[in-house]
Design a protein around this ligand. Structure first.
Ligand code: P6P
Length: 333
């Protein structure tokens, strides 16, 4: 049998001096959460989990029943084991301290339990995104400020993609590896070792309905792609938009591409739609570890010092040479 995810993580940790098994235990708990979420997402209407929960999250977005269910699954799977000091989620306004009845650990985790959940009711792929940080040295009871660490401090980042197959893609700073859930044995099996993003691409992903609101460099880049063979790029481009960041990033890991959710003027109070801590940073860590690039257009996303748990940032990530071109356009304006 090919290597399971837990065997892979344990072997990776053996190579790290001083590893105590805490990290391996935390990843194992997150893997169990993703297996449980995969089960509920796959059952869908059969177990009455589709539709709206009739509430809004901190973003003011309507919560789906599965947003709340998956948030609970993730908390229950990870809060008890003594690996975490606290956690934070897209679905919760404040941080979630580990209850007093459980031991505390040295890690923090931030997560989006069900990214792309607006796709749930129409049966399109969705995912879970997570990022593991270290709690500041000696901090037993973290506060929100302890989560405001730049993406470069991430210990690990990963996503589960609930698609035709359920996959889990993860990095802890030594490359990116993909695992497919074998439902017959309930294990994630290594199927995509050492994933790399091609430096060039002819495929871009953006919600074109926002074109009038984009900044000029993004409008220029997309116009040139759409102009195709007779335009300045001299070649045809393809466009995709799934409205599920996990699916877009996974496609880019497999066949290259560039994903953009740029700053737009639709709501000047928002610096973009995607959230830094539990969407942009973990995806940027994965993309960079696979040889890609991730920028706001003006700066490397992983260098940003967060100002808030739910801070939004513009996101331009994927094939290195295309992202470099878009960043260059931002400099030229
Ligand atoms: P729009 C899902 O809600 C999400 O946060 C990302 O997963 C996705 O890329 C984006 O928003 C889709 O946004 O404006 O196209 O619905």
């Amino acid at each position: 049998m090919s290597k399971s995810l837990i065997q892979f993580i344990i072997e990776e940790q053996r190579a790290i001096p001083g590893a105590t098994g805490d990290f391996t235990g935390l990843v194992s708990d997150i893997v169990i959460a993703c297996k449980q979420i995969s089960h509920d997402v796959n059952k869908g209407a059969l177990i009455g989990v589709l539709g709206s929960a009739g509430s809004e999250n901190v973003q003011g977005e309507t919560q789906k029943k599965l947003d709340i269910i998956t948030n609970e699954i993730f908390i229950k799977a990870t809060e008890w084991a003594g690996h975490l000091a606290a956690m934070a989620s897209e679905e919760m306004e404040d941080i979630y301290p580990i209850p007093a009845r459980y031991p505390k650990g040295k890690y923090l985790v931030v997560f989006d339990p069900l990214d792309g959940s607006s796709n749930i009711d129409v049966n399109i792929s969705v995912g879970t995104i997570f990022s593991i940080l270290r709690a500041p040295q000696g901090v037993e009871n973290p506060v929100a400020a302890d989560f405001l660490q730049p993406g470069t401090t991430q210990v690990c980042a990963g996503y589960a993609l609930y698609g035709p197959a359920t996959m889990l893609v993860i990095t802890s700073g030594h490359g990116v590896n993909g695992f497919t859930l074998d439902n017959d044995i309930g294990e994630f099996i290594l199927t995509h070792p050492d994933m790399r993003i091609s430096e060039d691409t002819r495929e871009f992903a953006i919600n074109s309905s926002n074109e009038q609101f984009w900044e000029k460099p993004v409008q220029r880049y997309v116009e040139e792609c759409v102009a195709g063979k007779n335009g300045p790029r001299g070649t045809a481009f393809n466009m995709r938009w799934v409205a599920s960041m996990v699916a877009e990033v996974h496609r880019i890991l497999i066949r290259g591409g560039v994903f953009m959710y740029p700053k737009d003027t639709k709501d000047p109070s928002k610096a973009g739609k995607l959230r830094l801590l539990y969407e942009a940073n973990p995806m940027s860590f994965i993309v960079e570890q696979a040889g890609g690039m991730s920028s706001t257009g003006y700066e490397r996303i992983m260098d940003i010092k967060p100002s808030g748990l739910h801070q939004r940032v513009p996101v331009i990530l994927g094939s290195k040479n295309e992202v470099e071109r878009i960043v260059r356009y931002h400099k030229e304006i």
